[in-house]
Design a protein around this ligand. Structure first.
Ligand code: ATP
Length: 260
């Protein structure tokens, strides 16, 4: 899916969180968004996903304007969002949490579900299979039948990703997916993101772990105080004096893998 954001702004109480931001992401591209705390990254995600309304500007998915559509309509068009932190449904198993992600896309619909028609049973079986595959891809198949709230934090984060994947997104927004993960979990996540990109999914990634970002991203957009201050390949961004000053810091240049 091609994403174009044109001159988008959003203010809170008169203060701009995102100001006149434009970017285009090609189908199958992995674009990272980086910048200091409060730069507007999560707000930009919410403007693309539809959780927040824009005050100015346009959001276009494959050429169609969506900035006035609510989040669930954008989800149906193929926008998947993995929010910061763990947002899970308590009282449901991990598998059921992931199956919820697929129901937005089912065809049989409410009536056949209510009447328990055969089409509904077939669809439920297919969704269950798909959800198990997504749990497996997220590396948490062993947790499928446990109550979601019993999963450790890293597994809860993976659960959100599995749920988003189960809806078969064409544009995936990942807000700090690596935060709070242990090294092995982080490696698994990097492998999964790489595989999803290879399958042609368009991915937008907000992440503070710059080494993680530099390794995965095709291009990086840098935000500071709500504005785009740089846009380029990881190599260009690493050497951009404005980015070094606003975000990376001089120690990053001395340690080019970002292990500062
Ligand atoms: N719902 C809100 N109400 C008021 N102010 C908000 C709201 N959401 C964000 N802001 C403000 O907008 C600015 C941008 O916040 P945002 O969370 O988008 O930044 P961020 O780059 O994602 O930061 P972080 O890296 O810490 O997650 C901040 O000054 C924040 O305080």
């Amino acid at each position: 899916m091609r994403l174009a954001v044109g001159g988008v702004s959003r203010a809170f109480g008169g203060v701009y969180a995102v100001r006149d931001v434009s970017l285009t992401v090609a189908p199958g591209e992995l674009r990272a968004i980086i910048g200091p705390n409060g730069a507007g990254k999560s707000t930009l995600f919410a403007l693309i996903g539809g959780q927040l309304a824009t005050h100015h500007g346009s959001v276009t998915l494959d050429g169609a304007r969506v900035e006035r559509l609510p989040a669930h309509r954008r989800a149906r068009l193929g926008v998947g969002v993995v929010f910061q932190g763990a947002r899970i449904f308590h009282g449901l198993t991990a598998l059921e949490n992931v199956m919820v992600g697929a129901h937005a896309t089912t065809r049989a619909g409410f009536l056949s579900a209510a009447l328990r028609l055969p089409a509904h049973h077939r669809e439920e079986r297919a969704i269950r299979e798909r959800a198990l595959t997504c749990l497996d891809r997220a590396g948490i198949a062993d947790w499928a039948h446990r109550p979601a709230e019993e999963l450790p934090l890293g597994q809860q984060r993976a659960l959100q990703l599995a749920r988003a994947l189960c809806a078969r997104p064409r544009l995936l927004l990942l807000d700090e997916p690596a935060s709070g993960l242990r090294a092995a979990e982080r490696e698994h996540l990097a492998g999964l993101i790489t595989a999803l990109r290879a399958e042609g999914l368009t991915i937008l990634l907000v992440e503070h772990d710059v080494a993680f970002v530099m390794r995965l991203a095709d291009r990086i957009t840098v935000l500071d105080l709500g504005r785009v201050i740089a846009d380029g390949s990881p190599a260009e961004i690493r050497e951009n004096p404005r980015v070094i000053e606003a975000y990376l810091g001089p120690s990053f240049v001395r340690s080019p893998h970002g292990a500062s």
